[in-house]
Design a protein around this ligand. Structure first.
Ligand code: NAD
Length: 506
């Protein structure tokens, strides 16, 4: 009979192809939909980390020699298994994160696209060749794996963000250690089981459960060559600094405060529908979530505020398994922090149009909070300056499109942004001038597909290369350039003390 895993069954790590329950600390886990305690997760200590790194090092020595096309066969089988187990994986995501089942399906699909991309690894690693760069000399560049790479992932995409990282890293010939968020430990573990079932050799992909301490041991380990991190900005920044000091390659994606601009010529009904999904979907717990809407002109701002007020008041909220508009937040402390920020917004003078604390679900067991809508928000208010990461949308009023651009470009963050307009020239100017890594034109969540790469600007990303796609291949490999001469005459060339290239052509 097929294995069907429940979120409560996983409590430990997956190392060298099997479960591992070692570690000196345990953390309690809660069901976001009911608020009830559902078990615990074991956190890897330094001994467990060292053993996992040893397992990865020895697996890497063999895996790096496997031809890319053969690695791709394992990835194809993994992709098929993940697709076949989609219902089970989506239920795992929903039960430990809280998001709706439909949202989990979207997350899984975007993850699967990244496995698909990795199956093309033979093409991605093809390298570059130059014939006749000198007399009888050819030269080519090839992309070699790095060794053991670690991925540290956030709670809000338990499947998609790990799938941004490890399929491509492994396809490139590396061994990978995933440390999922301690708040959502199960899905990453299940992916490791499925990868193993697909034929991946033991130790090429290990999963360690843990918190910031576990991450710290991994990051300071001398045999880890590179780190992919996705999470909040303060942690991204500190990991970037520490990795630089220890000589590790790093890509550290951080937090966000994504703005949408509504121009006076926009179709208000379709713009506000798009904004609703992007602001309140997954309870606002997406790094690409829209958290600020900048309306140009009072007439536009009034129309946006009126329509959004009605739509936010009509949000249906309940357990993620019921597939309503919004599920619960992931944790109680996170909800408490958001409730405090809502009060700060009121105290600092923003106009609260809809107060999520008054929604019926807020009184229910579970980590629910209604959608909140603020108008007349300004920079300097904490609801504007801080990443809330919850179902709170801030409306900002400006006079001109240039004012909108200025306010956005002054933001500390530069992850995603979008503009709603019917005018091509305005849209093009916006895309050219706005300081953000991902731009939508009448598209509220401009998350790049897997054959592009994902990454923000400013404090939304530290490190040169973005996640997945072509940047991912570059991140998980290092370039080697070989210059080769074969001549027919033995010892035919004399000594040349000049630097290559100093002789005139012909
Ligand atoms: P977080 O920064 O609290 O945790 C992320 C991961 O880092 C977890 O695995 C955690 O255990 C680990 N961690 C925490 N403190 C650490 C430390 N001091 N040293 C090393 N590791 C540490 O983030 P979160 O609350 O899990 O996720 C939400 C955040 O992630 C938001 O800020 C969101 O915008 C961001 N995010 C960004 C992207 C992106 O692509 N830019 C995508 C998803 C989420």
């Amino acid at each position: 009979m097929e294995r069907h895993l429940e979120a409560t069954e996983i409590t430990g790590h997956f190392v060298s192809g099997k479960p591992d329950a070692t570690g000196s600390k345990k953390l309690e886990r809660f069901d976001p939909a009911t608020g009830e305690k559902i078990g615990y997760v074991t956190l890897a200590d330094e001994t467990t980390v060292n053993a996992a790194v040893e397992s990865s090092i020895s697996a890497f020595q063999e895996w790096r020699l496997v031809e890319p096309a053969k690695r791709a066969v394992v990835l194809r089988r993994f992709c098929d298994l993940v697709s076949a187990r989609a219902d089970e994986l989506c239920r795992l995501i929903t039960s430990e994160h809280g998001k709706t089942l439909l949202d989990s399906k979207g997350e899984l699909q975007r993850g699967i696209e990244n496995i698909e991309y990795a199956t093309g690894i033979a093409e991605h690693l093809k390298g570059e060749h130059s014939k006749a760069v000198g007399p009888d000399i050819d030269s080519w560049s090839e992309l070699s794996p790095l060794g053991v790479v670690v991925g540290i992932t956030p709670f809000n995409f338990p499947v998609m963000v790990p799938l941004w990282m490890f399929p491509l890293a492994v396809a490139c010939g590396n061994a990978f250690i995933l440390k999922p968020s301690e708040k959502v430990p199960t899905a990453g573990y299940r992916l490791a089981e499925l990868f193993s079932e697909a034929g991946l050799p033991d130790g090429v992909f290990n999963v360690l459960q843990g918190d910031h301490e576990t991450a710290g041991w991994l990051l300071k380990h001398p045999d880890i060559q590179a780190a992919s991190f996705v999470g909040s900005t303060p942690v991204a920044k500190s990991i970037y600094k520490a990795s630089g000091e220890s000589g590790k390659r790093v890509q550290a994606l951080g937090g966000a405060k994504n703005h949408a601009v509504v121009l006076p010529d926009a179709d208000i009904e379709s713009a506000t529908n798009a904004i609703m999904g992007a602001a309140y979907g997954s309870c606002g717990q997406r790094c690409m979530a829209l958290s600020v809407v900048v309306s140009v002109g009072d007439e536009t701002a009034d129309a946006v505020a009126d329509v959004l007020t009605k739509k936010v008041a009509g949000l249906n909220i309940g357990p993620g398994m019921d597939d309503l508009d919004m599920g619960p937040l992931n944790s109680g402390p996170q909800r408490d922090r958001i409730v405090d920020l809502i009060q700060e917004g009121v105290d600092q003078g923003a106009t609260i149009l809809i107060d999520g604390r008054r929604h019926g679900s807020y009184q229910q067991p579970g980590f629910y909070l209604g959608g909140t809508l603020f108008d007349n928000v300004q920079p300097g208010m904490s609801i504007y300056d801080e990443e809330i990461f919850g179902p709170v949308l801030c409306l900002v009023r400006v006079r001109t499109a240039s004012d909108a651009m200025r306010i956005i470009n002054d933001s500390q963050y530069g992850n995603g942004t979008c503009i709603f307009t019917r005018d091509g020239y305005s849209a093009r100017t916006y895309a050219n001038e706005v300081e953000a890594g991902m731009v939508g034109i009448n598209v509220p969540l401009p998350v790049p597909v897997a054959n592009h790469s994902f990454g923000g600007w400013k404090d939304s990303r530290f490190g040169d290369l973005a996640a997945y796609g072509p940047d991912g291949v570059r991140f998980y490999t290092r370039r080697k350039t070989i210059t080769e001469r074969w001549t027919s005459s033995a010892g035919g060339r004399g000594i040349d003390f000049a630097f290559p290239g100093s002789r005139p052509a012909g």
